[in-house]
Write a protein that binds this ligand. Structure first.
Ligand code: GLN
Length: 546
């Protein structure tokens, strides 16, 4: 029978629940347990695919094509697991299912209610992950206690305590402890209120994780324990750290692993942290840096591209340096064309995924600048499409070439809708999504990076390189180095006239792990580092694709 660990949040959102949930999973997995995850998102959207990354952060794509919450990315990076769309539950999914059942007549004669019908559907989905062969399921309830939207979910997990039993369920409450700037004093009142809010809905937390900028002191820990009705050893301090991957070690250092193991009566071995410590050591030991410009649209919020950021960092630390990333909104290059020269300070330029017209002329200008000045360049998805537009305009001489996503009446639609997308009216969950096989052509940069001819990567797009222009683009020197197995879809392009100019239609960042950087990112960062003239450092070597 699986055990369930429910992680809730208090005081403010974005308190780091995802990292704490992932850390708890890591603490258990190093003890040899199989860990599954669920992220509950109380919004009414069915999935994250229709959300703006500017407000909710990146859409994380799973192997099975789920467009999910970015916290699944943390679970994958921390535990090196593959999540599925079932690991992300939303209000939209729950209600669609309950309403569909009602229309089918499954509840005939009954009044369909939040309790028990909606809560039953929530529990059913949580238990489905529990039945997938794991020992423990970490369930992160998004939002903050007190939110109207979270209530049915908190009620469902409250019921699960009753049904699964005390020894099989643990409630972890993560809440912010404020620090007064002037005196450095810790203020726990808001945390106390959020614990009270939990109690008022019938949940007594078993563990409290106090989030703060510095480690909390002993009097503060005692106070939280007293007001939270907990032993002091059940209060943990999760403070700001330089390297996010050290959070599991911070919590383990305070005895969290042993506490949870005892509380859930788990039969486990000694934890083996060796590999994880080695990874964290890479971060701590990284000297020097490589400067990368990420030129996109949703640059005000770093979480909009969190997997890109992590993938660059994984590549960097495995080469012995930190990636110093500047997030550049490309509209600025449209308003002030001369400012494009600022890109010359960077060792590498990356144009990430994106949708819609805003800032695209600026992105195309970034691509042109990188190509002409031979700055190492990596394009991801939209970045590939705009690289083709740039090449068509400036090398093939097709003035006004564009993607039909951006200009439906362009005379040269070098990027056009995928054929199967024609006539697709509904925008939710209908893109070309998830993990698909890709054939890599031998003798190309892509092949030198991946060192194999077949890979799998995750996708999320509606548009592609238009076949009518393949021949011209190739004649002018663009190389297509990755294809779908049927040869119909272009997956990787490169420009051999440049030192490193590569773009992928897929999103390699989703597969990057702290101890196993993704080859396209690794190659890009390595090229950037070489440009910086730091080749005398001993790189750890190309990592083989897994
Ligand atoms: N908007 C482009 C498309 O739909 C690119 C998508 C992306 O970058 N993920 O194909």
């Amino acid at each position: 029978m699986p055990k369930y660990i429910f992680v809730t949040g208090g005081v403010v959102s974005s308190v780091g629940k995802g990292t704490v949930a992932a850390s708890i999973g890591k603490i258990l997995s190093v003890r040899g347990l199989g860990v599954g995850f669920i992220k509950i998102d109380p919004y009414v959207n069915v999935d994250a695919g229709t959300l703006n990354p500017f407000s909710h952060g990146e859409v994380f794509v799973t192997d099975d094509g789920g467009e999910t919450d970015l916290d699944l990315g943390w679970y994958e990076r921390f535990l090196d697991i593959t999540t599925t769309k079932e690991c992300n539950i939303t209000t939209g999914q729950i209600y669609s299912e309950v309403i569909a059942k009602e229309r089918r007549g499954d509840y005939l004669g009954q009044c369909v209610q939040i309790v028990p019908h909606v809560t039953d559907e929530i529990k059913r989905r949580i238990r489905k992950v529990g039945a997938s062969g794991v020992d423990v399921v970490v369930v992160e309830v998004g939002g903050t206690v007190g939110d109207i939207e979270s209530q049915p979910f908190l009620e469902a997990v409250r019921q699960m305590r009753l049904e699964e039993g005390y020894e099989n369920t643990v409630f972890v409450h993560v809440a912010l402890v404020l620090t007064l700037k002037a005196t450095g004093e810790f203020k726990t009142k808001a945390l106390q209120h959020s614990v009270n809010a939990m109690r008022s809905i019938g949940i007594q937390p078993d563990l409290i994780v106090a989030r703060s900028d510095k480690p909390i002191d002993e009097p503060t820990r005692r106070k939280i324990a007293l007001f939270g009705t907990l032993p002091e050893e059940a209060v943990f301090s999760s403070y700001d750290v330089e390297c996010v991957y050290s959070v599991p070690l911070v919590l383990e250092g305070q005895g969290m692993g042993d506490y949870i193991v005892r509380r859930l009566k788990l039969a486990v071995g000694e934890p083996d942290w060796s590999e994880w410590r080695r990874t964290v050591g890479l971060y701590m030991g990284a000297e020097g840096f490589v400067r990368i410009a990420v030129c996109g649209k949703y640059t005000q919020l770093v979480d909009s591209y969190v997997s890109v950021k992590e993938a660059l960092q994984h590549a960097g630390v495995n080469l012995g340096v930190r990636a110093e990333i500047d997030w550049i909104g490309t509209e600025k290059f449209e308003e002030d064309p001369g400012s494009i020269d600022t890109l010359s300070q960077y060792d590498g330029v990356l144009v990430p995924g994106g949708f819609g017209k805003r800032g695209t002329e600026g992105m195309i200008e970034c691509i042109r600048y990188s190509r002409v000045n031979d700055i190492p360049f990596l394009g991801i998805c939209f970045g590939l499409q705009l690289s083709v537009v740039e090449f068509a305009r400036n090398v093939c001489g097709l003035r006004d070439a564009n993607s039909t996503e951006l200009n439906p009446s362009t005379p040269y639609p070098v990027i056009d809708l995928l054929p199967e997308q024609r006539g697709v009216g509904r925008l939710g969950g209908t893109m070309r999504l998830g993990s698909l096989p890709i054939v890599i052509r031998e003798g190309t940069l892509a092949h030198r990076l991946y060192r194999r001819t077949e890979i799998r990567q995750r996708h999320r797009h509606r548009y592609e390189v238009n076949r009518s222009f393949w021949q011209l683009l190739q004649e002018k020197g663009l190389v297509f180095s990755g294809f779908s197995p049927d040869g119909e879809r272009i997956e990787v392009i490169e420009n051999p006239a440049n030192y490193f100019f590569l773009a992928t239609q897929y999103h390699p960042e989703y597969l990057s792990r702290p101890n196993r950087p993704e080859p396209a990112y690794l190659g890009f960062v390595r090229a950037a580092l070489e440009r910086r003239g730091q080749t005398q450092r001993q790189p750890t070597g190309w990592v083989t694709y897994k």
